[in-house]
Design a binder for this molecule. Structure first.
Ligand code: PLP
Length: 459
């Protein structure tokens, strides 16, 4: 079968979908009732569905198509690398030119605390790798009791057994024997929702930091390996913490020898208006997970970063522990590394990180001016081209919609009918926006108009 499908073939494949596929993160019932939504092509910030509708993709696929769709430079880079060397492993001493060039390039833009890169295939495995490296680091230092990882309510770190355990959204645990017991949980830093009456944002922040320190002391610092956090939470509702949250959290972690893992799988590669949100938010990560925007979603690839200090420890332990026994068949894949290099070229040459900041400011202004006044919109959150719209039943009491009422799904379905894709975050009553970084002010106008009209479905 060629890569072009006829209309008859497409219609047949839509019918076959539910017969042959188990969809990721999906309601099986909804799939059976409504059928799949099939996407057949994309260009710029738009995708085309099987019925021929052109849709403005204000989600960038799944928070990842930073350079936009159908970038010839990216397809060409993949074709060139794969024709030259379709695959060769990177275990042991093996390497290839693309992964070295990419690591070099990444370290030049990464937060300065970071000094080495480990490649994988996606965000979950990047976080898995970093957790294992944190354990290994402590074991080498004689602290093998340090196995607990602190994560936050509403966090999303992936769906592997370990990362689903770290994810703080109960739907990812229900029906599985999860979370595993190495995870400890602290509050999600959401002032709008959890700030007490009369409590300033700074006082709220101090309360969170004190909760963290109390938990560390209660558990015993000698049992805790790392704290993992998205700089801005994505799937948990696009939650931007209080300004001093991370510097204060990091001071506590340092005091007790606990490593900080920044999960930049969504925030990285320009989305928030700087290469990495850590730099913007006063985070000096010991480790950092990235994926998605690394290749703009064109190839499944992740880059997990570690600090020089961690590297020095791994080196010191090399004699006792032998090799570093962790890695994947596709670590440092030539095609993935080649497309990531070309993707960074585009982000740089087209100043897309600056564009994310400028157009992002415009987006947030428009959302605040045009949408925040709606009786069912409680808060607009995020920064750069990453935004969350909090739906509320009642603004004064900040009552969230019932999950069963499916408000986010209703709004996003209506927006889709109007030609715009936004992402419903069902369990947190929110709508997420994370368009390609090539988004223009006109695109923002189209998006905000569609969201405004879509909110009418809530009555
Ligand atoms: C912050 C964050 N971390 C990790 C992941 C997991 O990435 P993947 O789905 O590539 O495993 C995601 C995915 O959305 C994410 O948003």
């Amino acid at each position: 079968m060629s890569s072009e499908f006829s209309t008859d073939q497409i219609n047949y494949l839509i019918e076959r979908d539910a017969e042959v596929l188990l969809h990721p993160v999906a309601s099986i019932e909804a799939l059976l009732q409504q059928g799949p939504t099939m996407t057949v092509s994309g260009e710029g910030s738009q995708v085309v569905d099987a019925a021929g509708h052109t849709l403005l993709d204000a989600v960038g696929g799944l928070w990842c198509v930073n350079a936009g769709y159908r970038r010839r430079e990216l397809s060409q880079a993949m074709a060139d690398a794969s024709q030259k060397l379709a695959y060769y492993h990177t275990f042991g001493n093996a390497t290839n030119p693309w992964q070295v060039a990419l690591a070099d390039r990444l370290l030049a833009i990464a937060p300065p605390t970071l000094g080495k890169v480990f490649f994988g295939s996606g965000g979950s495995d990047a976080n898995d790798s970093l957790i294992k490296i944190a354990w290994h680091y402590h074991a080498i230092r004689g602290d093998s009791e340090r196995v607990k990882i602190i994560a936050r309510d509403q966090a999303y770190h992936g769906t592997s057994i370990a990362t689903a355990s770290l994810t703080g959204l109960p739907s990812f645990h229900r029906g599985f024997p999860l979370p595993l017991n190495f995870v400890r949980r602290v509050s999600c830093p959401h002032y709008y929702l959890f700030g007490l009456q009369g409590e300033t944002e700074e006082d709220y922040c101090d309360r969170l930091v004190s909760e963290l320190e109390t938990m560390i002391i209660r558990e015993g610092p000698e049992t805790i390996a790392a704290f993992i956090a998205e700089p801005i939470m994505g799937a948990g509702g696009v939650i931007d913490p209080p300004v001093n949250y991370f510097p204060k959290v990091q001071a506590v972690l340092k005091k007790y020898g606990i490593l900080l893992i920044a999960d930049e799988v969504v925030c990285g590669f320009g989305r928030t208006g700087s290469w990495f949100a850590s730099t913007q938010m006063g985070i000096e990560p010991d480790m950092m997970a990235t994926a998605k925007g690394l290749t703009s979603g064109y190839f499944p690839m992740s880059a997990a970063f570690i600090s020089d200090a961690i590297w020095q420890t791994l080196l010191a332990g090399a004699g006792e522990f032998g090799g570093f026994y962790h890695g994947y068949t596709y670590s440092g894949h030539p095609t993935g590394a080649a497309v990531a290099l070309a993707n960074i070229d585009i982000l740089e040459s087209e100043c897309l990180v600056d564009n994310a900041r400028d157009v992002g400011d415009y987006l947030h202004r428009k959302l605040r001016d045009d949408i925040l006044c709606h009786p069912h919109v409680g808060e607009i959150r995020g920064r750069g081209l990453l935004a969350g719209i909090q739906l509320v039943v009642d603004k004064d009491t900040k009552t969230f919609p019932e999950i069963a009422d499916k408000w986010p799904a209703q709004v996003s379905s209506r927006a889709r009918e109007l030609g715009v894709i936004v992402r419903p975050l069902a369990t947190v009553g929110s709508i997420a926006i994370s368009p390609p970084l090539i988004f223009t002010r006109d695109d923002v106008d189209t998006l905000v108009n569609a969201v405004m009209q879509s909110l009418e479905v809530l009555g």
